[in-house]
Write a protein that binds this ligand. Structure first.
Ligand code: XUL
Ligand code: MN
Length: 345
């Protein structure tokens, strides 16, 4: 039987303009149509959306207008042979989300966050996808005593339940990240995300999306995080990228900082039969600020090319020899085998 093929996705924010906290944009804006054109050219089939990527200015539109605009976006995707992978409510940029959404200390802000999330469900359904990604960006604290973590847990479950209740088809993938923009996030790891989902009204509809950089920032091995979620049948998306140690979320090209870790991530996706699930391999990668506009999509092309090379490496890994090393408890030999394999020997 031929090996299952992977499907790739990208988000419009991956074609950024080079702004960082210390300097403004350095490249002209790329229109949404050009993002879609790039996706087609680079062989990406899925588009990841924030709610306002799909429907700009949705805060000022009626629910029916939001749906109409999302339907128009769906027609545009259909025309290009593209599909929407997920919709993520962008709660962290709006003034009402200043102190977090679901766990804000302001009850009006919590209500706003849930309402906006329900609109995201409407957008997702109109785009023909059922997956809502929740990155709990500001659901945490900078001043630890400013929120009660017991209350926050209950508020997060209440929000998840409200999203699940909004549409019986909606599924949620929680994308945990331990810090940035907050100092300490309430849902820092996949274990936390799965535990939260298991306490929801419908655990079968709550899974996870794992981002490489987020796992590294939590001091964890991304492939182990993926393996844990795969074992539970809960790996509903990945954001592959890379991260050079414990600093800001770098969103580097997949494999750029640690090729061996990238290999391990691809290998665990292979071992867990991820391709056969039909779920997307998403990249959450950022163009370097120094990159000139005409080459500001190269990071996406490189990430995909590295992924595919590593699929070959995973499929050609000398498993029998590896099993012999393991049986002999000769882990030095296994180490050598892996390194030689990656070096192309
Ligand atoms: C933030 C991050 C987000 C999510 C989608 O670090 O990864 O872009 O992937 O909201
Ligand atoms: Mn991400």
């Amino acid at each position: 039987m031929p090996a299952a093929a992977y499907r790739f996705s990208l988000g419009p924010w991956n074609i950024g303009r080079g702004a960082d906290p210390f300097g403004p944009v350095v490249r002209p804006a790329v229109s949404f149509d050009d993002v879609l054109k790039t996706a087609v050219e680079l062989g990406f089939e899925g588009i990841q959306f924030h709610d306002d990527d799909a429907v700009p200015d949705l805060e000022n539109l009626s629910p029916s207008k939001i749906v109409a605009e999302a339907e128009a976006m769906k027609r545009k995707l259909d025309g290009l042979g593209l599909v929407a992978e997920f919709v993520a409510p962008r709660l962290w940029e709006h003034p009402s989300g200043i102190d977090g959404g679901y766990t804000s200390n302001d009850p009006a802000a919590r209500k706003w966050a849930i309402e906006r999330s329900k609109r995201s469900v409407d957008v997702a359904m109109a785009l023909g996808c059922d997956l809502i990604v929740l990155w709990p960006a500001r659901e945490g604290t900078a001043v630890r005593e400013s929120k009660n973590p017991v209350t926050a847990s209950a508020q997060l479950i209440e929000a998840i339940n409200a999203i699940l209740a909004a549409n019986p088809k909606a599924r949620i993938a929680i994308e945990p990240k331990p810090n940035e923009p907050v100092d300490h996030a309430f849902i820092p790891t996949i274990g936390h995300a799965l535990a939260l989902g298991s306490r929801s009204a419908d655990p079968a509809r709550v899974g996870v999306l794992i981002e490489t950089a987020h796992a590294i920032l939590a001091g964890l091995d991304p492939s182990d995080e993926m393996g844990f979620a795969l074992a539970a049948g809960k790996l509903w998306g990945v954001h592959l990228n890379d991260q050079n140690g414990l600093k800001f979320d770098q969103d580097k090209v997949f494999g750029a900082a640690n090729l061996r870790s990238a290999f391990d991530q691809v290998r665990v996706l292979e071992q867990g039969g991820y391709a056969a699930t039909g779920r997307f391999v998403g990249f959450d990668v950022k163009a370097q600020r120094t990159q000139k506009a005409e080459a500001a999509t190269a990071h996406l092309a490189t990430s995909k090319a590295v992924f595919l090379r590593l699929v070959e490496k995973a499929r050609s890994f000398p498993e029998t020899t590896a099993a012999q090393c393991i049986a002999a408890r000769d882990y030095e030999a296994l180490e050598r085998l892996v390194l030689e394999h990656l070096l192309g020997g």
